[in-house]
Ligand binder design. Structure first.
Ligand SMILES: Nc1ncnc2c1ncn2[C@@H]1O[C@H](COP(=O)(O)OP(=O)(O)O)[C@@H](O)[C@H]1O
Ligand SMILES: [Mg+2]
Length: 336
């Protein structure tokens, strides 16, 4: 292409593009990129990228250390966010293409706010349904039909309350969750969580076995959130296991980590689903799971919380034999 045509073309497109050398110094930019800069700013050519955009230091570091294309979210100014797509330009350095994604961010934020408000508003009517059902029961005597219908009201409202809480957790995660860190004894936390779930398991003749050393080192973690992770894993183990089976929990320490595994003798999960299990709303669809209610949020929430603690979660499973979910948490949290 003729140089004059290339230049005219670059200046006619609406997408901002900046060419830099390998060190991130500006070699040239199109008109759309010039329009991103404050109107009274000095000539940008020759200046380093972080002189044009003060928030781009991390991008610059990555450019200097890299030879391959990459993308990164950057702040354009105090209110606008962009995705910078950085691609190598032979003999010169880099081409930085800037996509302003602020409108999408705003929509996402609005959606999350709405979800948060709506779900929050569902909490009190649900609490009212549950407590009035209790009051009706207490004001008895009821005939067997009334007893049965009331039982249905209670269990439906309980299920819905759990779903509302899960949705609120998702809102909390997407708003950049904040942990409340305290000293946590994982063994105690597992024991108290099992106590809560025990009746649900016993109703289906499912036993818990806990294998752990007599004492375990404490970790710095969010006690309630970690309790939620354990409850999600154990509830799944109960939910996806047949009657008269055993769920085995093990706690052990490795070099810098403490681990907890939850092993069941349940349905198991086919290999093709394993990669997707931790995604939002993902549920395995089969004739065996069709009857089992759920939101597909439990494992997404569990993974988000574990990763926020700098930990990880793994799954091993064999259909028809059982599943093992394991969480690993650092013994000393670095990012506290
Ligand atoms: N212990 C388990 N045994 C078999 N399948 C499981 C187990 N835990 C999770 N799953 C599968 O992973 C899916 C996602 O789990 P989760 O996110 O907790 O959602 P939910 O339990 O609400 O369906 C479940 O729908 C189920 O198909
Ligand atoms: Mg679940």
């Amino acid at each position: 292409m003729e140089p004059a045509l290339s230049e005219a073309l670059l200046n006619s497109i609406l997408l901002p593009i900046i060419a830099t050398d390998k060190q991130g110094r500006t070699l040239g930019l199109n008109d759309a990129a010039r329009r991103l800069l404050p109107p009274d700013s000095a000539e940008p050519v020759g200046k380093r990228l972080d002189k044009l955009f003060p928030e781009w230091k991390a991008l610059l570091t990555e450019m200097r250390g890299s030879h391959e294309a990459f993308r990164r979210e950057v702040q354009l100014d105090s209110s606008r966010v962009a995705e910078a797509s950085v691609t190598p330009v032979r003999d010169y350095g880099w081409a930085v293409t800037i996509y302003d994604i602020s409108p999408f961010k705003d929509i996402e934020q609005a959606k999350n706010n709405l979800l948060g408000e709506v779900t929050h508003d569902l909490k009190s009517p649900l609490a009212a349904i549950l407590s009035f059902a209790d009051l009706v029961r207490a004001s008895g005597p009821l005939n067997p039909k009334q007893e049965q219908f009331l039982g249905r009201i209670t269990s439906a409202a309980t299920r819905m309350t759990e779903q509302v809480h899960q949705l609120l957790d998702v809102v909390w995660i997407e708003a950049g969750m904040k942990l409340t860190l305290v000293e946590v004894n994982l063994l105690q936390l597992v024991k108290s969580t099992l106590e809560i779930i025990e009746p649900r398991a016993a109703a289906r003749h499912i036993r818990f076995v806990l294998e752990a050393p007599a004492t375990v080192p404490t970790i710095t973690a969010d006690n309630n959130r970690l309790g939620q992770v354990i409850a999600n894993l154990v509830n799944n183990a109960v939910k996806y296991s047949p009657e008269n089976t055993t769920i085995t929990l093990k706690i052990w320490t490795e070099q810098n980590e403490i681990a907890l595994s939850v092993h069941d003798q349940g349905l198991g999960i086919a290999a093709e689903h394993l990669d997707n299990l931790f995604q939002r709303f993902y549920r395995v669809k089969s004739h065996q799971t069709r009857q089992i209610e759920g939101t597909g949020l439990g494992l997404y929430i569990a993974r988000s919380i574990v990763e926020q603690h700098d930990g990880r979660i793994t799954v091993e499973s064999e259909p028809g034999v059982g599943s093992t979910f394991t969480i690993y948490l650092p013994l000393s949290l670095q990012t506290a």
